[in-house]
Design a protein around this ligand. Structure first.
Ligand SMILES: [Zn+2]
Length: 132
């Protein structure tokens, strides 16, 4: 019982911190702009890759042909960027709801240092490590 009460207190504490962050409209707007900028850049990169991939006819077939290898590399890059775009879009949505910076899994604040490195992460370091 004692354990449960302290757990609730921890959640309440983390929520009051989140409210303070969420109410800082200027900071949040800056954050949304930064995310949108990153989203635009990722989309431009995806556009370029799509162009190259759609020119597949130009890639020659043959075992161990370097152009086929290139194509596969581009395809892998494309998948990576698509995943990144998805995470950024999610981060923008969270920011618009005012809960950007909160861990999706445990609901606690994501460490500022972590957000500086991974601005569109949805997990705190603890949950990210647990998921690995
Ligand atoms: Zn977490």
């Amino acid at each position: 019982m004692q354990r449960m009460e302290s757990g609730v207190a921890a959640v309440q504490r983390s929520h009051s911190v989140a409210d303070k962050t969420g109410n800082d409209v200027g900071e949040m707007a800056e954050c949304i702009n930064m995310l949108r900028d990153k989203l635009q850049r990722a989309q431009a990169e995806l556009g370029k890759l799509n162009e190259r991939l759609s020119a597949k006819k130009g890639y020659r077939l043959g075992s161990g042909d370097p152009t086929i290898y290139e194509w596969e590399m581009d395809l892998a890059r494309k998948k990576k960027i698509e995943g990144r775009i998805e995470s950024i879009e999610k981060a923008v949505k969270r920011a618009l709801r005012g809960n950007y910076g909160l861990c999706e899994r445990c609901g606690r604040m994501i460490q500022v240092e972590r957000l500086a490195l991974l601005p569109f992460t949805s997990l705190c370091i603890g949950c990210a490590r647990a998921g690995e």
